[in-house]
Design a binder for this molecule. Structure first.
Ligand code: KG4
Ligand code: ZN
Length: 362
């Protein structure tokens, strides 16, 4: 199916950001992100509150996006929407909204995978951020290490076996008495602390593992989170402001442990595939230590693509960018499109046979 091209609207409502973006020819024409701060006092996202907020905000978020783009709805050439994974009530708001728009204006519609959209975010700012590359996707719900030989073809090298990286930051942030979300707060606290004042584990970094072992690329953050929690409890029990005094050092050590694991696993993939181009995405890609450590580990030979914070966290522009790519490839969703909270990542190469794929077979 040929597609004439033109401005594409992307809609993102999978978690607690109501966002829309218009992208044309790989560039942003309009972009609005409405973050929901109603969740902070609960220390995490409350799905029902998030879904209702999307419902309230989405009309005006899209209207503001089109105004910024200088477009009337009828001038759009297509619409893309995050269909999963995410919170079902939240996803349904976006999917039904996009379907209504597509039906009403007779526009091509495409349902998309949220994490694949994160993969495309960098290319909005840096046109060179295209395959082949190693991708580290680190968000509040996912931790994935991928080899991307070309758009749409993905080898999943490793993923978390329990908590996502962002989830661990958020939970440890909460134990430290920091506001939600904990990731950016820990980043800020850590700037005043010293890693090494305390000692936390670096999970899944056994030197005995090789590329043929699953644990070589997989992540696990639950043990690190528990170790941090026990340490915090011990310090807290001393009372008299002990936790307040130790907070920067604890934040620094936790951040150093999480980042060391993320960087080392990424470097393992870089070495195995002989590819020094690395793309990071997802909210944790905002972490200042992660960016610094990855850049220095890759050295002058390597290329690190890390999006600006607005495009690293959830946003509609990345959805529009992916929608444009898939519409141009002739893909369409029918009006039977529905939200799927555990939508599988598209285009995954078959399971590596009990081991990491050799670069030649990838
Ligand atoms: O991609 P995202 O906006 O939403 C999901 O798809 O989950 O990621 C949100 C996550 C949260 O866990 C948040 O704490 C984390 O990204 N995050 C950070 C930083 N900024 C956001 N984690 C560590 N350091 C940061 N600077
Ligand atoms: Zn996300």
């Amino acid at each position: 199916m040929t597609w004439p091209g033109g401005p594409v609207l992307g809609i993102e409502t999978s978690c607690d950001e109501t966002s829309a973006g218009v992208v044309e020819g790989g560039s942003i024409r309009g972009h609005v992100v409405a973050s929901q701060d109603a969740h902070a006092r609960f220390g995490g996202v409350v799905p029902e509150i998030a879904a209702r907020a999307h419902l309230r905000q989405l009309d005006s978020v899209v209207a503001a996006t089109l105004e910024e783009a200088g477009l009337r709805p009828a001038e759009l050439a297509g619409v893309g929407v995050t269909a999963g994974p995410g919170l079902i009530g939240c996803l349904l708001v976006g999917v039904n909204w996009a379907k209504a728009l597509a039906f009403g204006l007779d526009l091509p519609l495409i349902g998309l995978h949220h994490m694949e959209a994160h993969l495309f975010a960098n290319s909005l700012e840096q046109p060179d951020a295209k395959p082949p590359f190693i991708a580290l996707l680190v968000s509040g719900g996912h931790t994935m290490l991928l080899w991307v030989p070309e758009w749409g073809r993905y080898s999943l090298l490793g993923q978390t076996r329990d908590d996502a990286a962002g989830e661990a930051f958020d939970k440890v942030g909460r134990r430290l008495g920091l506001p939600y979300p904990g990731g950016p707060e820990i980043d800020r606290e850590a700037a005043h602390g010293a890693p090494g004042s305390y000692s936390l584990p670096r999970p899944m970094l056994s030197a005995a593992d090789g590329p043929e072992d699953r644990s070589y690329f997989d992540f696990s953050f639950s043990g690190l989170k528990t170790a941090a929690s026990l340490l915090i409890q011990e310090i807290e029990s001393a009372g008299d402001g002990a936790l307040e005094r130790a907070r920067p050092d604890l934040a620094a050590e936790f951040q150093a442990a999480a980042v060391e694991v993320l960087v080392e696993k990424t470097l393992r993939a870089v070495r195995l595939y002989g590819c020094g181009r690395v793309v990071v995405g997802g909210g944790v890609a905002c972490n200042s230590l992660l960016r610094k450590r990855l850049a220095s580990a890759l050295g002058p030979e390597g290329e690190l693509f890390a999006p600006s914070p607005r495009l690293a966290t959830d946003n509609g522009a990345m959805v529009a960018r992916l929608a444009e790519h898939r519409l141009a490839a002739g893909e369409r969703s029918g009006l039977e499109l529905t939200a799927d909270p555990s939508l599988p990542f598209p285009g995954l190469e078959p399971e590596r046979e009990g081991a990491a794929a050799s670069p030649a077979s990838a």
